[in-house]
Design a protein around this ligand. Structure first.
Ligand SMILES: Nc1ncnc2c1ncn2[C@@H]1O[C@H](COP(=O)(O)OP(=O)(O)OP(=O)(O)O)[C@@H](O)[C@H]1O
Ligand SMILES: [Mg+2]
Length: 600
């Protein structure tokens, strides 16, 4: 019998350490949590002191409301918070914190000391995570928390820390995010005993210019718009000041820094006409939204949010930016005549309503495009599949019609097709069996690859093929527009959940473009984040496309089979399919004789 350990509840400290694993990834996460607490406490000035990039020491002092002596022990206790006390509170939360977990998590992986004084206290009180004792201390109004030797008791985590310079830069990024979200709060940063930064309380524009520098100051266009329960305020960058990376995109939702794919997508779409696909605009804005219309309890570190009505938010952000770009940059912006223009007067009051009402906020031009283009979706798909086999496989006459002998061609001439899978052919040696789809895929792929090495020949579709796509597909299309183009698919986003295809690679022009694009997007999703792909990965995508192109079974005519055999003969590596299996086998007359015990 296998010996089995008894089930036991985990000790409290271990639970906190497990929770810390999610939230406290590195020193910058401690900095973020402590700063958020200071902001929640109404601080007007915050001082941050770091040693060795925060690995050795993080001390954050604020002038906020402080903590009562009677609450001090609870502040370090897991699942204890002053910020919410019911589900309703959670659903309308405006504070940065609400999980009541951050301090307990940090305390479980460091040596922590907290000194605090409220307006009622004559002096400060201090507590550490090593003893339950609360001792009188000297200190100003507000709270000072020091975190020493982070991860000293979780060596596995500690091992993942990078150089102190790297950790310091992560800390600085966390600090910048909070500073940009709270320009009214003065902040100073010290590193290894030296003063590094001092930001006085100011307006967003001044704080942003100070943090993001000259490039931003010269490029910023202020943006302000509102619609019902949602508003946007801040700056967007002029297209001329775009960057190769998205490192200057600061998006806040109710002053919380977030990484939100939906908003990124809305931004990219809005810049689509004025920015080359792989360039990134500078962005700094806060999206103010009724807290009941956004769920902030989605991610342990609260970096993601979920909107009740994501489509309405998308449209609002898209419209706001698009309109601002049209207004601000004048001649520099070649706004195309077909630029979708959305009616922003549409009510947004259904944002908290059920999704059945959302079509009302669907931008009209998208619906229009869907109608005009949908005819070429259904009707052409079947034809296209037929073309796939007839175009590249130009029918060839069998030998008896041309006077050729079998030996003229190594793979001989087709006799028949078996179960729609195999071609039976006769050559001088005997019988050739060809795995039709594997062989065809190989032939296409080798051509594709040869094209890929210089430039893919493309065929323009008469009308862009517009189709409904998932949100993920639109996001991927946006992200990998240039990759798709390299592969011959000029594809772009027509709406939050609509894509349009304008060109397809000529060699795959017979296949269903939508299916091909979908396959490639699925593969891109799997391959992951890097937007710039090397040629090996382009080839992998090409291979995926070829696979998709020949998937559908169809009976070939004898001339088509012969055409495939001829193409195999002139294609490199045609003996194996893309997965290394053989595409054909030879059975000599001798082999066949043996099967029948002939000649023994
Ligand atoms: N700098 C501070 N000033 C005043 N009170 C604070 C400060 N830091 C923490 N507190 C108090 O300690 C409590 C626990 O803080 P902690 O960060 O662990 O949880 P939280 O902020 O409530 O939620 P979350 O885990 O989401 O951050 C807070 O609810 C708050 O009452
Ligand atoms: Mg907190």
């Amino acid at each position: 019998m296998i010996s089995r350990k008894a089930i036991q509840p985990l000790p409290d400290k271990l639970i906190s350490q497990i929770a810390a694993g999610e939230v406290i990834e590195r020193p910058s996460a401690v900095v973020k949590e402590l700063l958020e607490n200071a902001i929640d406490a109404g601080a007007q000035a915050i001082e941050i002191r770091l040693e060795e990039g925060g690995c050795q020491r993080i001390v954050i002092s604020d002038d906020g409301e402080g903590i009562l002596k009677t609450d001090l022990t609870l502040a370090l206790t897991r699942h204890a918070t002053s910020k919410i006390s019911s589900l309703e509170d959670l659903e309308s939360v405006r504070s940065m914190g609400f999980r009541g977990e951050a301090l307990a998590s940090i305390a479980s992986v460091s040596n922590m000391q907290m000194t605090t004084r409220t307006a009622q206290d004559d002096h400060a009180w201090s507590i550490t995570n090593r003893s339950p004792e609360i001792t009188p201390a000297s200190g100003e109004f507000g709270t000072r928390i020091s975190v020493d030797d982070l991860f000293f008791n979780t060596p596995a985590r500690r091992k993942f820390l990078k150089s102190s310079a790297t950790e310091y830069s992560h800390c600085m990024e966390a600090i910048r995010r909070i500073a940009l979200a709270n320009p009214h709060v003065g902040m100073s940063v010290w590193h290894n005993g030296k003063p590094n930064i001092r930001w006085t309380a100011s307006k967003l524009q001044d704080r942003a210019d100070e943090i993001l520098g000259k490039e931003f100051a010269n490029a910023r266009l202020d943006i302000e718009s509102f619609l019902g329960p949602i508003s946007i305020e801040g700056f967007i960058g002029a297209p001329t000041a775009s960057r190769a990376r998205s490192d200057q995109q600061y998006i806040f939702v109710n002053h919380r820094f977030v990484k939100d794919k939906l908003i990124y997508h809305a931004i990219k779409s809005a810049y689509q006409d004025v920015l080359h696909g792989d360039r990134q605009p500078i962005i700094l804005f806060n999206l103010n939204i009724d807290p009941e219309l956004v769920d902030v309890n989605v991610h342990p570190a609260k970096i993601e949010v979920r909107f009740r009505d994501s489509r309405a938010v998308h449209q609002f952000v898209y419209n706001s930016i698009k309109e601002r770009l049209a207004k601000g940059a004048g001649d520099a912006l070649p706004m195309s005549a077909q630029t979708p223009h959305f009616d922003t007067s549409l009510p947004l009051n259904q944002m908290n309503a059920s999704s059945s009402t959302t079509p009302q906020v669907m931008p009209r031009p998208w619906l229009y495009q869907e109608k005009t283009a949908s005819f070429n979706l259904q009707s052409s798909a079947k034809e296209a599949m037929q073309q796939l086999f007839s175009t590249p496989l130009t029918p060839m006459a069998p030998p008896h019609e041309t006077g050729h002998k079998e030996e003229s061609f190594p793979l001989g001439y087709a006799l028949a097709q078996l179960h729609g899978i195999y071609i039976l052919a006769q050559n001088q040696l005997g019988l050739v069996l060809v795995d039709m789809h594997a062989a065809h895929e190989r032939v296409l792929y080798e051509k594709f690859k040869a094209d890929l090495s210089h430039q893919i020949n493309v065929q323009h579709l008469l009308v862009p093929m517009v189709f409904n796509a998932s949100h993920m597909e639109t996001v991927l299309t946006q992200q990998y527009a240039s990759t798709l183009k390299i592969l011959g698919f000029d594809t772009s986003v027509y709406g939050p959940e609509q894509l349009g295809i304008r060109t397809v690679p000529t060699i795959l022009s017979g296949a269903d473009p939508i299916d091909l694009v979908r396959q490639i997007l699925a593969e891109l999703d799997e391959m992951g984040s890097n937007e710039i792909l090397d040629s090996a990965r382009h080839e992998r995508l090409a291979s995926k496309a070829c696979h998709a192109a020949v998937r559908a079974h169809r009976l070939l005519t004898i001339p088509e089979m012969n055409s495939l055999l001829r193409q195999m003969e002139v294609t490199d590596r045609a003996d194996q399919c893309n997965h290394g299996r053989p595409t054909w086998v030879q059975l000599s007359v001798n082999d066949l004789d043996k099967l029948f015990l002939r000649g023994r």
